[in-house]
Design a protein around this ligand. Structure first.
Ligand code: HEM
Length: 416
């Protein structure tokens, strides 16, 4: 059986409305299940921790669609497949294999080591304090001014400001950058118009950033990458420069926004665990790891490709087939985490989750994400000890995406 055969495929919900439920339903069908992504793109979905880990670490699994996806030459024939180009059609370290991947990763990774990230901590702390001060001037969500949207007022702007400062994104481009990344994450609309909008915005917003920093070089990572391109086009082409900026700026805030937001909601809906954190019984690191296990910012990532036939149990993933990387399913796997795998329990100390990836594509920005969350969360709960959700948990709405896993808004009351 190959993924292109006419077999029954399970359609992945493009809105991601119930990612844990969907993961459980797929898991019941076996360790690897043929699925259909929005617009009808066929792929395989690993449903458990061990299968996912083995596939990610298998050198016969690539991330380069141009070399290894059988359906790559057909994309233009399927107008509703265009959205996938925002993920796999952009040439950067996330969508390359072997030497190209190593070359592109080396240009960015040294700026985000543990040591370099430590140097960013004072700035993260300063932005956190500014945002907490500003929260006292609420972002209203309709009537009853005491309710603020913690995502818009805190979880979003902290990582966004930080990554924009690191990459020298000028103020006037920040809103369009945020809209572009939200549009890429939104998998609910596989129309050609949406895909065209994304492609057009990548060129115009990031093109404007490159033009700005070419004219006004600064002490920032965009200027540094432009210098590499200008000095040695073999190390970084024009196209790779544009798409590397897209990846690192996008991954650099959207994921951490959801980590902070998901952790806040998890603690507010588990007050006994919040109390244990406050008393020092449970550490903030454990809160972050448990949030990433149960509610990983990236639920599933498109796409990987089989370089040669790969056997998983009695299924063969044929060379050229696509695979999605299912971090949420791995974190919620009862075989790995027990029958209560789907419940949030920061005391379980599960720091073996795969939410930052594993192997050569492991997240470059994990230390930064951790510094941001480890700064933001204690500061927020110290400043507002009576923080509470202003709506029921079941009223929170997931962002329209099977990739991003987070809330559209987080309405809270800051004080009792
Ligand atoms: C909670 C926050 C974050 C989460 C959950 C997260 C998750 C991930 C995951 C799962 C991957 C692996 C993708 C794969 O398997 O192919 C990844 C890769 C990556 N992440 Fe993050 N990330 C986060 C924050 C960040 C930040 C802050 C940055 C930027 C500073 C960043 C930059 C990257 C880059 C550049 C890659 C590509 C690495 C490669 O392909 O070699 N991420 N991230």
């Amino acid at each position: 059986m190959t993924v292109s055969d006419r077999i029954d495929r399970i359609a992945i919900d493009p809105f991601g409305a119930d990612i844990p439920g969907e993961s459980a339903r797929l898991r019941a069908l076996g360790p690897i299940v043929p699925v259909e992504l929005p617009g009808g793109i066929p792929a395989w979905a690993p449903t458990g921790y061990d299968t996912l880990k083995e596939l990610i670490l298998d050198p016969q699994v690539s991330k380069d669609p141009r070399q290894h996806w059988r359906l790559w030459p057909e994309i233009a024939e399927h107008p509703s497949w265009g959205w996938i180009l925002g993920w796999v059609g952009v040439v950067n370290m996330l969508s390359t294999y072997g030497a190209d991947h190593t070359r592109l990763r080396k240009l960015v990774a040294p700026s985000f080591t543990q040591r370099r990230t430590e140097m960013m901590r004072p700035r993260v702390e300063a932005i956190t304090t500014q945002l907490l001060d500003a929260l006292d001037t609420p972002v209203p969500l309709g009537e009853g001014g005491a309710v603020v949207d913690l995502k818009a007022g805190f979880a979003h702007p902290l990582p966004m400001r930080m990554i924009c400062e690191l990459f020298g994104v000028p103020e006037e481009l920040r809103e369009d950058t945020a809209k572009l990344i939200a549009a890429i994450m939104d998998t609910s609309d596989p129309s050609p118009e949406h895909a065209a909008f994304v492609q057009q915005q990548i060129g115009s917003v990031l093109g404007a950033l490159i033009a700005h920093r070419s004219e006004y070089p600064g002490d920032d990572l965009t200027t540094e990458l432009i210098r590499v391109r200008d000095e040695d086009g073999d190390r970084l082409s024009d196209e790779e420069l544009l798409y590397t900026l897209l990846l690192v700026i996008g991954a650099g805030f959207e994921t951490t926004v959801n980590l902070i937001g998901n952790a806040v909601v998890a603690l507010l809906t588990h007050p006994e665990q919040l109390a244990a954190v406050r008393s020092g019984e449970i550490g903030w690191d454990a809160v972050i790891d448990e949030t990433l296990r149960v509610h990983p910012s990236i639920a599933s990532l498109p796409l990987r490709f089989a370089v040669s036939d790969i056997k998983v149990g009695d299924v063969t993933i044929a060379a050229g087939d696509a695979i999605i990387t299912t971090y949420a399913a791995a974190g919620l796997d009862p075989v790995r985490y027990g029958p209560d795998a789907d419940s949030f329990d920061a005391a379980r100390g599960a720091d073996d989750h795969l939410a930052f990836g594993i192997g050569v594509h492991r997240c470059v920005g994990a230390p930064l994400a951790r510094v941001e969350a480890l700064t933001a969360l204690p500061a927020l709960f110290d400043r507002f000890p009576d923080l509470q959700l202003a709506v029921g948990e079941d009223e929170l709405r997931q962002v329209p995406s099977f990739i991003a896993f987070g809330w559209q808004e987080i309405p809270v009351r800051l004080r009792a």
